[in-house]
Design a protein around this ligand. Structure first.
Ligand code: ATP
Ligand code: MG
Length: 214
């Protein structure tokens, strides 16, 4: 394919990428929230969007099925970033990776005592590194969603999850106890595509950069 394929996930990443696409003269011809189509043409006949699961965006770009994509730092850290060029922090979909516990659990004391903690998360690699760096012993339990449920049911003592407003934690009587890292979404580019389709990709990167600012 001579044109450019851009991998985006539905929801916040799609919504917050729209103004960046517009700066590159790219407007989707269909709304992925209402359309069932997974390949969406745009106002530029050399650019199409593919709608992927957020965690799959790096995989599409890594293998060149998409030339460009947008992925959260969380997703990139779990994926590993192999074969991906990450030229730009888009400063969208901002949130924080946190450790959270049920209100009333004395986490600091458990850590001090050297207790072995059960931690449920979708972010196994990020959690493993975080607790290893702190010297905290953990058994990690992989979940695919609704992490907040794990401490409430006795599945885990703590969770590692993304927090933005904190209202989901609060609604489930959980409190954040450690900030692991700040998260935002990055532009990802297939390294071979960047070489072969440079004259099409670089202006898109420049347009995005001009909206994002320094
Ligand atoms: P789903 O919610 O359908 O299970 P997902 O969690 O993989 O899918 P999104 O919720 O759209 O996908 O999240 C996409 C990206 O947005 C995440 O990888 C993360 O970087 C960021 N993100 C996740 N939750 C929040 C949040 N509450 N506020 C801001 N950004 C977030
Ligand atoms: Mg989500």
């Amino acid at each position: 394919m001579d044109g450019i394929t851009i991998a985006l996930s539905k929801g916040r990443i799609f919504d917050e990428t729209l103004p960046l696409l517009a700066a590159a003269g790219i407007e989707p011809l269909e709304n992925p929230e209402t359309s069932r189509k997974l390949i969406i043409p745009t106002t530029r006949d050399d650019v199409r969007l593919v709608i992927v699961r957020a965690t799959d965006a790096p995989t599409y770009v890594q293998y060149g099925a998409a030339d460009i994509g947008v992925a959260g730092k969380d997703v990139l850290l779990e994926h590993g970033g192999d074969g991906l060029y990450q030229p730009l922090d888009l400063k969208i979909a901002k949130c924080r990776m946190m450790v959270a516990i049920p209100a009333g659990f004395d986490y600091a004391n458990a850590v001090r005592q050297g207790a072995r903690l059960k931690v449920a998360t979708k972010y196994i690699n990020i959690a493993r590194e975080h607790f290893a760096a702190k010297g905290v012993h953990v058994d990690l339990i992989k979940l695919y969603g609704s992490m907040e449920l794990a401490p409430l049911t006795g599945l885990a003592d703590a969770i590692v999850d993304l927090v933005s407003t904190g209202s989901t934690l609060k609604a489930n009587n959980l409190v954040a106890v450690e900030h692991i890292l700040d998260i935002s979404s990055r532009l990802i580019v297939n390294q071979a595509a960047l070489k072969l389709k440079r004259e099409k990709i670089v202006p898109i990167l420049d347009a995005f950069a001009s909206v994002v600012g320094p």
